[in-house]
Design a protein around this ligand. Structure first.
Ligand code: SF4
Length: 99
């Protein structure tokens, strides 16, 4: 079974993981996204796959945090994390299967 099937964000609005900006209301949204990631059983896998993404919260890290190397150092993955089409696992088109 693909690891993305186990993603904690499977049933969460994908937009939560793609805040607009990095201040004001976006900070609240980022905290909410990170709270989901904090209990995700595939967080490290997601972080790896999201290492090259330019936006969004992947593996509990924002794009800025990924650039600063704030993660586990597992980055360098190729392909999409539990997020189909660049969106967190639970936030893909209805025809998609969870990560
Ligand atoms: S964004 Fe990644 S770490 Fe966060 S809940 Fe989804 S799959 Fe898990």
């Amino acid at each position: 079974m693909d690891w993305r099937y186990r993603a904690a964000c499977r049933d969460v609005d994908p937009e939560l993981f793609f805040p607009i900006g990095s201040s004001g209301p976006a900070l609240i949204q980022i905290d909410e996204a990170k709270a989901v990631c904090a209990v995700c059983p595939v967080r490290s896998r997601c972080e790896t796959f999201g290492a090259g993404e330019y936006d969004g919260v992947w593996g509990g890290l924002t794009a800025a945090e990924r650039r600063l190397g704030s993660g586990t150092g597992l980055g360098g993955g190729t392909g999409r994390p539990g997020h189909a089409e660049g969106r967190p696992a639970g936030n893909r088109p209805s025809s998609s299967v969870a990560p």
